[in-house]
Design a protein around this ligand. Structure first.
Ligand code: FAD
Length: 409
């Protein structure tokens, strides 16, 4: 019997890949291996509606019952792949089983970077990656007291917003001098900082944790600004690391995650990787990237699954898109604003409705928008045109952005 196509990692990438394999006509055996106790689900609500209670766990699931059944996938649930033997094409599982594969997709995602300080393992020090993490934290956020958030990145800030909504006292410490320093500029950073402060968050830049203290459970944190704060819990959001060890041990090429080509293929022609765990060469961005975003998890999973069947639409490339919801703000980013020589602002911070356009050599490189979802969609298309845009038109809120798109045809 022909061995199955195997997917390791039952997250968003793995789930979409399974669906795509079936939708693309693959009728052979399909095995999904996932170490969590849940079917594939989407993570964005975990730091938003699931914390506040407006979303249920079931609403995060990628597939409704009938859709899931239609996939006809064997699901090794709560089972971990512990070793890949590339010689005999087998995967060793944590329950002692071994499975063979004809082709393998590694969709193992990423995990939170751990904090290494005394007391870092005390109960009450939380990370937020899984549904179970979110439910535990949500329960904690119902108690009275002060929550410390370590890291002013997207997850930390979304948790801060949710905690304030639930009436908790919140301190956010950030070792750097601004919010999300790798992803946004100082203007957006100081705007977001003032929003959080206006909602009562005690936000401290240039500050980190020296140690956590508590008798059996976290009670206080000693900070580098010389203060000690009493807390009922700490949420650590200091970045993520790709789950690429399994691939590395199997001898696959690694470069900031599992190294794949523009079709998702690793250094082994029968093994593919996609989503958070994979770095790929993006022809639009002109460099190798590893993206941690909802859209990339879905699109890279779909694209790579097609490649596995030899049915690709062409190399994988995209203008990255990411969003975050905090209080009544919807923040969206397109492109990667890593280099620019000019920023152009459209709209006003006072109205909580604006876009910041990042330009280099007259070309639009990236954009960030607050409550401007429609314009961000158009700016994304403008980035793709790779033609010079007149900054005066871009900044003029009376000029419709889609007219710039037409002028750019
Ligand atoms: P994952 O979702 O990490 O799934 C990988 C799965 O593989 C996991 O279940 C993991 O446990 C499992 N696994 C790993 N190793 C093994 C193994 N050896 N054997 C078996 N199973 C294994 N993106 C946005 O664009 N907007 C947002 O608002 C947003 N919010 C987010 C909020 C949170 C709290 C988090 C954590 C992420 C958020 N993201 C957001 C990012 C987005 O959710 C991720 O980029 C996406 O989930 C990546 O999907 P993935 O399938 O590649 O990896």
């Amino acid at each position: 019997m022909t061995p199955p196509i195997v997917i390791i990692g039952a997250g968003q990438t793995g789930g979409w890949a399974a669906r795509t394999l079936r939708q693309s006509g693959y009728e052979g055996r399909l095995l999904l291996i996932g170490d969590e106790p849940h079917p594939p689900y989407e993570r964005p609500p975990l730091s938003k509606g699931l914390l506040t209670g407006s979303v249920t766990p079931e609403q995060t699931y990628l597939f409704e019952g009938a859709d899931w059944d239609a996939l006809d996938v064997a699901f090794a649930r709560g089972v971990r792949a512990v070793r890949i033997n590339r010689q005999d094409r087998t995967i060793h599982l944590s329950d002692g089983d071994q499975v063979q594969f004809q082709k393998l997709l590694m969709a193992t995602g990423s995990r939170p970077r751990a904090i290494r300080v005394p007391g870092g393992n005390l109960p009450g020090v939380y990370y937020l990656r899984t549904l179970s993490d979110s439910l535990t934290l949500s329960a904690q956020m119902r108690s009275q007291g002060r929550l410390l958030i370590v890291g002013a990145g997207w997850i930390g800030l979304e948790v801060a917003a949710a905690a304030r909504k639930l009436g908790q006292e919140v301190i956010v410490v950030e070792a750097g001098t601004q919010i999300c320093s790798r992803a946004i500029d100082r203007v957006l950073s100081s705007y977001l900082a003032s929003v959080h402060r206006s909602h009562g968050v005690d936000l401290r830049f240039g500050t980190s944790v020296l140690s956590f203290r508590g008798a059996g459970r976290i009670e206080a944190a000693q900070l580098t600004d010389g203060t000690e704060v009493e807390i009922i819990g700490a949420v650590v959001g200091i970045g993520a690391v790709p789950n690429s060890e399994l691939a590395a041990e199997a001898g696959l090429a690694i470069e900031n995650g599992i190294k794949v080509d523009e079709f998702g293929q690793t250094s082994d022609p029968d093994i593919y990787a996609a989503g958070d765990v994979a770095s790929y060469p993006d022809s639009i961005l002109g460099r190798r990237v590893r993206l941690e975003s909802w859209e990339n998890a879905q699109n890279h999973g779909i694209h790579t699954a097609k490649s596995m069947l030899g049915r690709t639409d062409g190399p994988y490339a995209q203008v990255p898109w990411f969003w975050s919801d905090q209080y009544d703000l919807n923040i969206q980013l397109v492109g990667l604003p890593s280099e620019w020589d000019r920023t152009v602002v459209r709209g006003t911070q006072e109205s909580d409705s604006f876009c910041i356009c990042y330009m280099k050599d007259g070309l639009l490189q990236a954009a960030a928008g607050v409550n401007r979802a429609r314009e961000i969609r158009i700016l994304r298309r403008l980035i793709l045109t790779r033609r010079a845009v007149d900054p005066d038109l871009l900044t003029n809120d009376a000029v419709r952005l889609d007219s710039l798109l037409q002028a750019n045809r």
